[in-house]
Design a protein around this ligand. Structure first.
Ligand code: TMP
Length: 235
């Protein structure tokens, strides 16, 4: 599978067309941004780690009945994926208080919830990805009720599978963000699942093993990404 032309360059990935109109190639970059692009930097090796970790996790999710855009890993940084129309929702699952939730609710970080919680943001950089609920999504025609139902069902399933998986690696899955796309009329999981899009804390030390190290200038960013990759045991 060969790249033809670049379709789009985002903050962390480039996307290329291929000879197959149903298939794109994503190429993961080492570039990192935070706060809607205000903070910029490089995390050496991140592109390869996020690419390989996403594919590894997407395969596990497929086995558990969650359809994904994964077609084939091409090399360390590049993967062939199904061409979807992205649903403009950031779907956020939380198991513990952290980040914007902790701030909004005036809570300390790291408090475990009685049950996982789901929230949506409208994926719109100009508006700063505002928090919305499913009624906003329907009113703005971002998704249909049926799509929201599928997204909700899959989001809880992804959380269940990931929580169990990370638990065995001595990692608490604090929260994460996923995105979905439409592929021939069906909702499938797209984008990535990586330390860029999850909060992952070591169970014993509560050390942050994710992009918060970059967002908050905590240092040891590369080491944290490598540690998660190492624990996953990806060959
Ligand atoms: P938040 O607490 O800042 O709302 O973030 C919740 C989760 O979503 C956290 O795991 C980080 C992830 N996230 C992204 O993947 N992209 C983003 O642009 C933001 C703001 C958060």
């Amino acid at each position: 599978m060969e790249k033809k032309e670049m379709l789009y360059e985002g903050k962390a990935k480039k996307v290329y067309t291929t000879e197959d109109p149903d298939v794109l190639i994503v190429s993961y970059k080492d570039d990192a941004t935070a706060f809607n692009g205000l903070k910029k930097g490089t995390i050496v090796g991140k592109g390869a780690i996020n690419n390989r970790m996403t594919n590894f996790i997407f395969k596990k999710l497929e086995e558990q009945g969650v359809p994904t855009h994964l077609v084939e890993e091409l090399n360390d940084r590049e993967t062939a994926v199904k061409k979807v129309e992205i649903v403009p929702l950031e779907v956020i699952m939380r198991n513990y208080s952290a980040g914007s939730f902790a701030k909004k609710m005036g809570m300390e970080e790291g408090v475990k919830f009685k049950c996982p919680t789901l929230e949506f943001s409208y994926k719109n950089d100009d508006l700063g990805d505002p928090f919305i609920n499913s009624y906003y999504a329907l009113a703005l025609e971002l998704a249909t009720q049926e799509e929201i139902d599928d997204i909700t069902k899959y989001a809880f399933k992804v959380n269940e599978v990931l929580q169990q998986y990370f638990d065995a690696l001595n990692i608490d899955l604090i929260d994460f963000k996923i995105e979905f796309g439409r592929y021939h009329g069906k909702i499938i999981l797209a984008d990535e699942i990586s330390p860029d899009t999850c909060r992952l804390w070591d169970k014993d030390t509560h050390e942050k093993l994710d992009k918060d190290r970059f967002r908050r200038d905590l240092g040891g960013v590369e080491d944290a990404y490598e540690e998660v990759f190492r624990r996953l045991g990806i060959q």
